[in-house]
Design a protein around this ligand. Structure first.
Ligand code: ADP
Ligand code: ASP
Ligand code: MG
Length: 413
């Protein structure tokens, strides 16, 4: 008998028919004799709808009340799935985060899990009850509801698997695994049987939303075995592993894209380190993180600074930047929302200098111009215009020999 945490994402629980299907999947595993803890997301589209309601009343999304509103979608699905399981003759009960409890810090909208009490859930398991835990939510030490960032049900599932010492955490979604690129944009994307935690983390951090990046980080830290698979049809999934076989022959494991960044250009910034620090400190004080930072050469003691930040933070960042401009820290502010970050990820990159050359030659030969570039040990990212997203993904996918594989059953919903 094994102990598994099973997580079902938004499209997997999108309506009562899907919930019934999920209940049958859970039943199958229960009948195989496994101990199960289930985690659910909100029905597809619901969290976006809730964000819309809350932001129409208060654009600042960092208030505790936003978390109260956003977390409600998961309450509905946890209750519904428990009902569906009961209807199939299983014993089940729903758990909201405060009932477990899943204790977090007090960062609204981006809370981190600090502690999970396992006593209640262990008692359920001992009594043969299947707990269905609402993902994405937590409770802080002020007893206020918190949420774990978009896609945060993945993190709830991994954190529960770690706390309960589960044999594996299975993330059921609408694709049958992790692909070399988003299969919705790259027709030749190939399913990976395995991907390392480090690669999966980079892919997720760079926009491959199949897993929340934080969940991968947590899985690595607590050595949680993680698998991504489809709730729509039976197929082998992707295992997230410490080391994958045949690294030499597959230097690149995938390409991720993130269309949710904006490019900021500050022109005429005095070339003084304290002024630059002021800019980034001001953003950091408001919890706005900056990515892809590039500085031009100094001309007459002034430089231009280019960087990206999350589109979701633009509404808060813009007035701060305009204020800094008034304080004469720079002369011009440009904001370009028509950008996408494309990242090539792979541990084989460490030892291969050809990859950068290949990347640039390929983009250049398709008239795709690169606005910004950053690299890390296992990834190379370029910023290009949004309209060229599919073209860039497909030509890079081809030049790095990522295509092939069992495509027919890749997509659902
Ligand atoms: P869930 O609602 O189950 O959490 P998500 O929408 O968060 O599902 O994540 C699944 C989606 O991630 C897929 O539908 C797919 O379009 C997208 N995706 C992006 N990059 C990848 C990738 N490299 N491999 C698989 N799916 C990816
Ligand atoms: N429902 C939340 C979201 O849409 C959490 C999740 O799906 O993981 O972001
Ligand atoms: Mg998700």
């Amino acid at each position: 008998m094994a102990r598994y945490v099973l997580k079902f994402g938004g499209t997997s629980v999108a309506n009562v028919t899907r919930l019934h299907h999920v209940a049958n999947l859970v039943k199958e595993q229960a009948e195989a004799g496994h101990e199960l803890v289930v985690v659910v997301s909100a029905m597809a589209g619901i969290t976006n709808e809730l964000v819309g309601y809350a932001q129409s009343l208060c654009p600042d999304k960092l208030t505790p009340e936003h978390d109260v509103v956003l977390s409600s979608g998961e309450q509905v699905t946890s209750g519904l799935l428990a009902l569906a399981l009961t209807r199939l003759g299983l014993i089940s009960r729903s758990y909201l985060a405060w009932q477990v409890p899943i204790v977090t810090d007090d960062n609204p909208s981006q809370a981190r899990i600090l502690k999970i009490e396992t006593e209640q859930l262990e008692r359920c398991l001992k009594q043969g009850i299947i707990p269905v835990v609402a993902g994405f939510q937590g409770i802080n030490d002020q007893l206020r509801l918190t949420t774990l960032g978009r896609g945060g049900s993945d993190t709830t599932a991994v954190a529960l698997a770690a706390a309960l010492k589960a044999d594996r955490c299975d993330i059921y979604t609408d694709v049958d695994g992790v692909y070399t690129a988003d299969p919705r944009l790259v027709a030749n994307a190939r399913k990976l049987g395995q991907i390392t935690y480090a690669e999966m983390f980079e892919m997720a951090a760079q926009g491959a939303k199949v897993l929340q990046a934080r969940s991968v980080e947590l899985a690595l830290k607590h050595r949680v075995k993680l698998r991504v698979l489809s709730s729509f049809f039976k197929a082998s999934g992707t295992d997230i592993v410490e080391e994958r076989k045949f690294v030499e022959s597959t230097q690149i494991s995938g390409i991720a894209h993130n269309p949710h960044e904006v490019l900021i250009t500050l022109k005429g910034v005095p070339h003084q380190i304290d002024l630059m620090a002021q800019i980034f400190n001001r953003l950091a004080q408001h919890r706005i993180s900056v990515d892809m930072l590039v500085q031009t050469h100094a001309v007459n003691g002034k430089v231009d600074l280019n960087f990206t930040l999350p589109q979701a933070d633009l509404e808060r960042a813009q007035p701060l930047l305009e204020q800094l401009q008034k304080e004469l820290i720079f002369s011009n502010l440009d904001i370009d929302q028509d950008v996408v970050k494309i990242s090539v990820v792979g541990i084989g990159m460490r030892s291969n200098l050809e990859i950068g050359r290949n990347l640039f030659n390929t983009l250049a030969s398709h008239q795709i111009s690169v606005r910004l570039l950053t690299t890390s040990e296992i990834k190379m990212s370029v910023l290009i215009t949004k309209q060229q997203t599919a073209l860039a993904l497909n030509v890079l996918h081809e030049v790095f020999n990522l295509e092939g594989g069992d495509k027919e059953c890749a997509l659902s919903a």
